[in-house]
Design a protein around this ligand. Sequence first.
Ligand code: HEM
Length: 147
Amino acid sequence: MVGFLGEAYLWVKALHIIAVIAWMAGMLYLPRLYVYHSESEPHSIQSETFKVMERRLLRYITNPAMIVTWAAGLALAFNVDAWSEPWFHAKLTFLVGMQVTHAAYARWRRQFAVDQNRHSPRFYRMMNEVPTVLMIGIVIFAIVRPF
Ligand code: HEM
């Protein structure tokens, strides 16, 4: 399948990076909302507003962007035969971390939605750093390819 994208290769790479930007925007903004949401009173107008914002951000931006990032990324992986590349193995390892973090964000959103939040504002501030660190590593592996 090497080169199967032909002329579309760079368009697919552009789509990959556009989807990455939208996915990371959601991954960096959601925990910020959780910080403020965990500081607000359950059932308050503020809390109900955060529920709507979190549901829309996750369902209409973060989830679709993740799916497009994977679809374009896998197409690129087949096109350039990245499977045996150590930089790609490192990238996939950090991507597993990003997926686990994404799943945790979705689970916490569901807890907030039924007023069952279990974590402190400080916890969500710390969790905000996780996708940042993973993203920095992934971009360095994808661009610099240090090994
Ligand atoms: C979700 C699964 C992902 C897969 C399967 C994937 C796969 C790939 C592959 C195979 C390439 C190389 C294309 C080439 O050599 O031309 C690539 C490029 C790139 N990826 Fe991903 N990627 C994924 C997620 C991400 C994420 C989350 C980020 C950033 C946080 C990212 C950032 C980049 C960048 C910046 C490039 C361009 C590198 C260059 O200029 O060659 N990717 N991706």
